[in-house]
Design a protein around this ligand. Structure first.
Ligand SMILES: Cc1cc2nc3c(=O)[nH]c(=O)nc-3n(C[C@H](O)[C@H](O)[C@H](O)COP(=O)(O)OP(=O)(O)OC[C@H]3O[C@@H](n4cnc5c(N)ncnc54)[C@H](O)[C@@H]3O)c2cc1C
Length: 405
């Protein structure tokens, strides 16, 4: 079903039945719908918005393959191949730009050195001059960096639109926009899905609603420990310097504390200790400085940080309309200015809801940010936490759909 034109009120009727009904047309939902359809199942995706507008559509577009670990890394590698293939088939912008991690202290460089040693060719150490040139930064304190050639960039909003349209154009596949799933009623070997525009009988239902999971299954959400994590993003111009729209994603030193690939480096403790002593405000606001050039005009998408009190004040757990934090934006801008070596001009500001989860120790998804559960008969929920949906969902879907239908 095509997205309705803004002036049209006509909506095609929902099909009466589908093998798989997917709730949510973010990257997680579409990934599973594509995978199920490729295996011969009929699919219906229901999405409450008239176009892709969830967390997946508002993200910076970095498919961060190399900095994952273990089972998450294998999903990210599979996702990488699928993005490139789908980009060719559906005609959206996806590019193997790679990523550059910039080290501005010797402890950060030591961590990168360990990554390069562990990754055997999938990461390359750069000297200071190579780093500043590749990342187009001009900070005087750059001591070196790493190039991660496997990383991709994708124009997320465009990609979601193109993937949904490609799916919808296939036989036995529909994407119903402006359609809110309301309830699921279990029957024998089937589930009745009640939605705002009708009812559908499904063999199986897959709920992929990201940060809204607690609206359907509050107990399951609480049991897994999923929490909201609202992250701030800025779009900035760098006067006097054009960034190549096809340039690499650029990551600053605080991302070493976030990304799983670095946990085995003995030097990581030195990075954490230095920040704790000299810049604790970056830890408080979880500032993970990263920027990607916009694929259109080369302005920079700059992220991410969160309200400095979010970790301590538990009330953000279910806060759906949080106040933006000026302090978080100010820290992002301070760090970006230092790295780029010049001031930037803010063009837009966002706050995007995401989810975080304590990584499970046991089970098929041990150590990963994937929360897959069966909270009701016939209903499976899939949530990707820790800001990794676009990096991993296409690979994860292949594993989940295997056991689903
Ligand atoms: C600032 C920021 C930057 C990020 N950057 C990256 C990055 O660089 N790389 C990366 O891999 N990941 C990144 N992420 C994470 C990534 O965006 C998420 O992991 C991913 O978008 C989750 O996808 P999703 O499909 O689960 O959720 P969403 O994209 O939010 O999709 C859920 C969909 O469900 C729909 N929905 C909800 N309830 C209903 C209902 N009742 N009926 C019908 N539809 C419903 C919503 O409208 C929405 O469209 C970032 C996240 C943030 C916040």
């Amino acid at each position: 079903m095509r997205p309705p034109s803004p002036r049209s009120t006509h909506q095609p009727p929902l099909p009466a039945t589908a093998d798989l009904v997917v709730v949510g047309a973010g990257i997680v939902g579409l990934a599973h719908a594509l995978e199920a359809h490729a295996r011969g199942h009929s699919v219906l995706v229901v999405e409450r918005d008239p176009r892709p507008d969830g967390a997946s559509a508002r993200r910076s577009g970095h498919v961060a393959v190399t900095t994952q670990d273990a089972a998450t890394l294998s999903c990210a590698l599979a996702t990488r191949e699928r993005w490139l293939k789908l980009g060719r088939e559906a005609g959206f912008w996806v590019k193997d730009t790679g990523a550059v991690v910039v080290a501005r202290s010797t402890d950060e460089l030591a961590v990168l050195d360990d990554l390069v040693a562990a990754r055997d060719g999938d990461a390359q150490l750069l000297d200071a001059a190579q780093t500043t040139e590749r990342a187009r930064v001009a900070s005087d304190d750059v001591v070196g960096g790493a190039f991660l050639p496997l990383d991709l960039r994708v124009d997320a909003r465009d990609a979601l639109r193109a993937l949904a349209a490609a799916l919808d154009a296939r036989p036995r596949a529909d994407v119903a926009w402006s359609t809110t799933a309301l309830t699921f009623e279990a029957g024998t070997g089937r589930t009745l899905v009640r939605a705002s525009r009708g009812e559908v009988v499904a063999r199986r239902v897959l709920v992929a609603v990201g940060a809204d999971l607690d609206r359907f299954f509050p107990d399951e959400t609480a049991r897994t420990g999923l929490r909201h994590d609202v992250r701030q993003v800025l779009r900035v111009a760098v006067p006097g310097r054009a960034h190549d729209p096809s340039g690499p994603a650029v990551l600053g030193g605080t991302t070493l504390l976030r990304d799983a690939a670095y946990v085995h480096s003995p030097a990581l403790a030195d990075v954490r200790e230095r920040l704790r002593t000299h810049a604790p405000e970056l830890l408080d606001a979880a500032v993970h400085l990263a920027f990607t050039p916009h694929s259109g005009d080369g302005s920079l998408l700059l992220g991410t940080a969160r309200r400095p009190d979010a970790e301590r004040g538990a009330d953000t757990a279910l806060d759906r309309a949080p106040e933006r934090s000026e302090a978080a934006d100010a820290l992002l801008l301070r760090e970006a200015t230092a790295l780029l070596g010049r001031p930037v001009e803010v063009q837009r500001r966002w706050a995007v809801p995401d989810v975080v989860v304590p990584r499970p120790r046991r089970g098929p998804f041990a150590g990963t940010p994937f929360v897959v559960a069966d909270p009701a008969p016939g209903v499976t929920t899939v949530t990707v936490a820790d800001g990794l949906g676009t990096t991993t969902a296409l690979g994860l879907a292949a594993k989940v759909v295997d056991g689903l239908l």
